[in-house]
Design a protein around this ligand. Structure first.
Ligand SMILES: Nc1ncnc2c1ncn2[C@@H]1O[C@H](COP(=O)(O)OP(=O)(O)OP(=O)(O)O)[C@@H](O)[C@H]1O
Ligand SMILES: [Mg+2]
Length: 286
């Protein structure tokens, strides 16, 4: 009975000691190194809630202008890791980090880093659409106004271009002063994406952005992710394997806080190097 935990864990006894479990995956990572400098890099990055380590020694890069999916079973640290990229973890008492997490080579946790500017550069979209109880126009204008005075015509342009970028303009252009809460769930999620885009971010973090949406709205958000990639570096957490394979260029598989395997999405889904990855993507656990 002593070893019962070992049997349950698809990573076996070395799960805690060996953050990147497969040596050959490490080797492959070098081959997959994107040509330009990564937008976001983690090196030996750890996150703790008090004495509990939720993210363990993660080494990975988010390629600039590409979509990276983060997959793994519930509780494996996906959201914890994602939220560190714009320091949302600052709001959690007892949450500490170690190692390096960098945006454009600059330590995100540097004590002199301007966190407001970091959050402008790294936008976030959550699982449940969370529009403000304001008009559609004011939702998009909100973050822009916070940055300083702006002429109405310039603001109008930003609102229109952000809504166009989020593929929502045609549906809302005649009701900009109506409450955003009157939009459908799928429209609200595209509004939240438009709101994130309005302050001209470089990175978009999406934590299960489609999990509260119907299939049609999910398809629209997936199309949108495709249209935005290239101009934005996108990190998306998803429990939907088909979605990860459809929308992402790279996939990271997490298990119990470890980054188990990371590589091109086509390789991860057709030829995973680790048994645990294979078991997860084929639905054998999680
Ligand atoms: N605020 C917190 N305080 C203490 N522990 C936390 C906190 N938030 C998350 N955890 C723990 O950290 C671990 C990772 O949680 P996290 O939310 O990152 O997982 P996840 O992979 O996003 O899961 P899910 O797929 O269910 O969203 C879990 O064991 C969770 O219970
Ligand atoms: Mg989560």
């Amino acid at each position: 009975m002593e070893n019962s935990k070992e049997k349950i864990s698809p990573l076996g006894r070395d799960a805690d000691r060996a953050p990147s479990v497969c040596a050959d995956v490490k080797a492959r990572r070098t081959d997959d190194t994107p040509p330009s400098e990564p937008a976001v890099s983690a090196r030996g990055f750890c996150v703790n809630y008090g004495s509990f380590r939720a993210v363990k020694n993660v080494d990975m890069d988010f390629a600039r202008g590409r979509v990276t999916a983060i997959i793994g079973p519930s509780g494996c640290g996906k959201s914890t890791f994602l939220r560190c990229i714009n320091r949302m973890n600052d709001f959690v008492d007892g949450c500490t980090t170690s190692g390096l997490l960098a945006l454009d080579g600059v330590n995100i946790f540097h004590k002199r880093l301007d966190v407001v500017e970091l959050r402008r550069r790294v936008g976030m979209v959550f699982q449940r659409p969370n529009p403000f109880p304001k008009s559609i126009y004011d939702n998009i204008a909100y973050g822009v106004r916070l940055r300083g005075r702006i002429a109405r015509s310039a603001l109008d342009e930003i609102v229109e271009s952000s809504l166009r970028r989020a593929a929502l303009w045609d549906e809302v252009k005649d009701r900009l002063s109506s409450s955003a809460l009157g939009l459908s769930g799928g429209q609200q999620q595209r509004l939240c994406i438009a709101r994130a885009l309005a302050v001209k971010p470089e990175v978009l973090l999406m934590d299960e952005p489609c999990s509260a949406l119907d299939p049609k709205s999910t398809a629209r958000v997936e199309e949108l992710i495709g249209a935005l990639s290239g101009d934005y570096t996108i990190a998306i957490v998803t429990h939907n394997m088909q979605q990860a394979s459809r929308v992402s260029d790279f996939t990271a598989f997490f298990y119990e806080g470890n980054l188990v395997e990371f590589g091109r999405t086509s390789d991860i889904f057709t030829n995973p190097k680790c048994e645990a990855t294979n078991d997860y993507i084929t639905g054998r656990f999680g």
